[in-house]
Design a protein around this ligand. Sequence first.
Ligand SMILES: NC(=O)c1ccc[n+]([C@@H]2O[C@H](COP(=O)([O-])OP(=O)(O)OC[C@H]3O[C@@H](n4cnc5c(N)ncnc54)[C@H](O)[C@@H]3O)[C@@H](O)[C@H]2O)c1
Length: 257
Amino acid sequence: MPRLENHTAIVTGSSSGIGRAIAQRFASEGAHVLLADKIEETRGGGPTTLELIKQSGGAADYLQTNVASWEDLSACVEHVAAKHGRLDIMVNNAAIGAGGRLTKTTEAEWDETMAVNLKGVFFGCKAAAQQMLTQNPRGEVRGRIINISSQHGMISSPNHLAYGVSKAGVVYMTRQIASDYAPDGIVCNAIAPGKILTNMGGHVPTAEQTAYSTSRTPWPRLGQPEDVASAALFLASPEATYITGENLMVDGGWMAS
Ligand SMILES: NC(=O)c1ccc[n+]([C@@H]2O[C@H](COP(=O)([O-])OP(=O)(O)OC[C@H]3O[C@@H](n4cnc5c(N)ncnc54)[C@H](O)[C@@H]3O)[C@@H](O)[C@H]2O)c1
């Protein structure tokens, strides 16, 4: 039996990269997925995530969404609740990587990074939790929130101050929400990817950046979006119910070395 049959999910940043893989994986396991991204086109061309899911017999909708907007994220949750009566899984994945090291980071870069990476996760968690609190539990759980953090946020993000600070905030936010809402049956976890091959933000890594990631990763390859999707499926499933407030590394051992 599909592991997410009759479940509903929202995945932000689902048009490209890791979010696309999570959305496809959830749909392949029977979930109805709302694809929430500021642009529908997949970076580099090819079928959209919506088209891919529909081609393989899955169920999904796309809603143009800027995660830095409370109105947009509320609209996503309202859409799912109106159509299906409940929201089971919220994945806050969308993020950007603007900025440099401290003395190179402008106020505008700082504000933009925090608006998307930190406020966007706050809005996503809040809109989701408001809905989850109104619905009956399935077994023990009213709903599950999965936030995508990063190893950068636990250790320095070379030359990306604002990004690292935003991800540290996501890890803390995850713990606090897990603790505050455990009595209400809301499970909240994070996933911290190491180096995943996505060309995040449309930037092809330089040879120097790839060499750095490779040198930091004990596993003999870098990560694929599907590696993160597998972890997300686990945290979205009933098997992960007594796991909350966790920040699960999917990093080929980066943080272990
Ligand atoms: N790729 C990596 O190596 C890596 C490592 C650690 C953490 N992460 C995290 O994984 C997540 C996904 O990264 P990725 O590599 O897939 O990035 P990506 O750039 O490939 O995909 C990000 C998606 O988010 C969307 N997006 C960007 N800003 C948005 C906004 N304001 N509102 C809605 N959607 C928006 C983009 O359109 C895109 O579809 C991010 O949270 C990132 O910080 C990635």
